[in-house]
Design a protein around this ligand. Structure first.
Ligand code: ZN
Ligand code: MN
Length: 501
């Protein structure tokens, strides 16, 4: 499915008369991007057979049967769950669901395609004409969805050797027949950043619906149509990561601008994104739509989806949850956006509710924890909620300083990463002398300092206040700056009181 890239009606664009150069908007060429996003639906079995989709830890070609191997005489049987998942997506993306959707055969030869055709939807997709609001610079931006359809994934080729010295290719049909949903957007995106935001938005929505697991390898593939207004468009295929999309588009825009700057024309072509090198390279000239000889799949009946979608209820979606978070917990819209931008993060935050201070929880989850997780490229799922809640509880009761709490958090995350059992914040503080609740250890250091700095102690007792500052400094040094100076001063004063009088 290709996206026609046209001119937008009514947009404020000046055409550069007759030069064949790109149009200019605010002194810069307008970049036009549309995406075709393939997402793997997380059903338990494949689209047209009962083979398990949970193949990732198994050897190649072990999740196969006559149907997904395309053996003669085998017939497809529709996976009901896959249709329901796709309809959930269509509903969540505000699409018009068709009365009937129909599968077609897309004919082409490739070793990963056993049947010689892919079963997909062509003329009669599941749904059309939806939209998704994404975070824009300032206001929200509405990106129109052209269509949504279901299709099967082909197998996977594994190329042996190196690009310079290829040896042979292996084929693994475990993926053959995995259900994909293809979401096609209108050419509404204007920058690689917006494309990334759209993908994030789609991922979040699909995860809220429970139909997609974005962490799984191979769960997302994107083809992008990209042009500079007034010039031909280029299709970039084979982008398989979120970061890859931004990289591929940025590279491609720079390349097209370079072509135009040299006074040449951008060729209409298909290019491949080479992830390892971060570049796009020209591919063989692409088949035309008619080369695929699409025709109705005779072994599957049309799906009565309009009727079906009426009985499907949507769960709470990201936008609704954001609103609920600001209303229910009184947290800022920015925090609500960060927290709700990832299902697991939102759920983690809600598990912090018992600590009784949602503002504190929002700051610590959305800012501090998120930052530490990003730094470690770690998933929120690895953090034990109970332990984090204990830490928040101690912060609420002012049993730990912010600085010490960050230290505790870091040690907790390191324990998670090493696969160790995560200790309680109190235990971690005790062990690492991180502050107030480690009373004994802490007082121990204070006593040590008092014993060693006799002169300063005498000065203090003689009424010279600045001697206390010196003692505080000495203790701070030994606790490597992790103690709360106020608390420290209090303990020092107490310890310096003449004993037994
Ligand atoms: Zn099968
Ligand atoms: Mn497709």
């Amino acid at each position: 499915m290709t996206v026609p890239i046209g001119m937008e009606a009514g947009s404020a664009v000046r055409e550069t008369a007759g030069s064949g150069l790109a149009a200019v908007e605010g002194g810069r060429e307008t970049v036009i991007i549309g995406l075709e996003v393939h997402c793997q639906l997380n059903t338990e079995s494949k689209l047209f057979c009962g083979c398990s989709t949970d193949y990732r830890s198994d050897p190649p070609n072990t999740h196969v049967c006559p149907t997904c191997l395309g053996l003669p005489g085998s017939l497809p049987a529709m996976n009901r769950r896959a249709v329901e998942y796709a309809l959930l997506v269509a509903k969540a993306l505000n699409c018009r669901v068709a009365d009937e959707a129909e599968f077609a055969r897309k004919n082409y030869f490739y070793p990963d395609l056993t049947k010689g055709f892919q079963i997909t939807m062509y003329n009669r997709p599941l749904a059309e004409g939806g939209y998704l609001d994404i975070e824009g610079d300032g206001a929200e931006k509405r990106v129109r969805i052209t269509r949504i359809h279901l299709e099967e994934d082909p197998g996977r080729l594994v190329h042996m050797g190196t690009p310079d010295r290829p040896r042979y290719s292996l084929v693994d049909y475990n993926r053959s027949g995995i259900p994909l949903i293809e979401i096609v957007t209108e050419p509404d995106l204007r920058s690689p950043k917006e494309a990334r935001r759209l993908l994030n938005g789609l991922r979040t929505t699909l995860e809220y619906l429970g139909v997609f697991d974005g962490d799984q390898e191979g769960s997302l593939r994107v083809d992008a149509n990209i042009s500079i207004r007034g010039s031909e468009r280029v299709e970039v295929k084979n982008i398989s990561s979120y970061r890859g999309v931004e990289k591929a588009l940025t590279y491609e825009i720079t390349r097209q601008r370079g072509v135009l700057r040299r006074g040449q024309k951008v060729e209409r072509e298909t290019r491949h994104f080479v992830e390892a090198r971060g570049v796009t390279t020209s591919a063989r000239s692409k088949e035309q739509e008619h080369d695929y000889r699409y025709f109705t799949e005779p072994d599957l009946r049309p799906l009565q989806v309009r009727h079906w979608v009426e009985g499907i209820a949507l769960p709470e979606l990201p936008a609704a949850r954001r609103e609920r978070f600001t209303a229910q917990y009184g947290i800022s819209p920015e925090h609500a956006r960060t927290l709700c931008g990832e299902l697991r993060l939102a759920e983690f935050f809600e598990q912090m509710a018992p600590c009784g201070n949602p503002l504190l929880a929002a700051t610590w989850v959305a800012d501090t924890l998120q930052g530490e997780l990003n730094y470690r490229e770690m998933e929120i799922g690895k953090v034990p909620p109970a332990r984090f809640r204990e830490l928040l509880g101690m912060l609420c009761r002012k049993e730990v300083t912010d600085k010490a709490a960050v230290e505790v958090l870091r040690r907790m995350l390191d324990q998670c990463l090493k696969g160790e059992e995560v200790q309680s914040p109190a235990q971690i503080m005790e062990k690492n002398m991180l502050g107030k609740t480690a009373g004994d250890t802490f007082t121990g250091i204070v006593r040590e300092v008092i014993a060693e700095c006799g002169d300063a102690v005498r000065d203090y007792r003689a009424g010279r206040g600045e001697a206390l500052n010196f003692l505080v400094g000495q203790v701070m040094k030994r606790t490597r700056g992790r103690a709360d100076p106020k608390e420290l001063t209090r303990i020092l004063r107490e310890e310096l009181e003449p004993q037994g009088t």
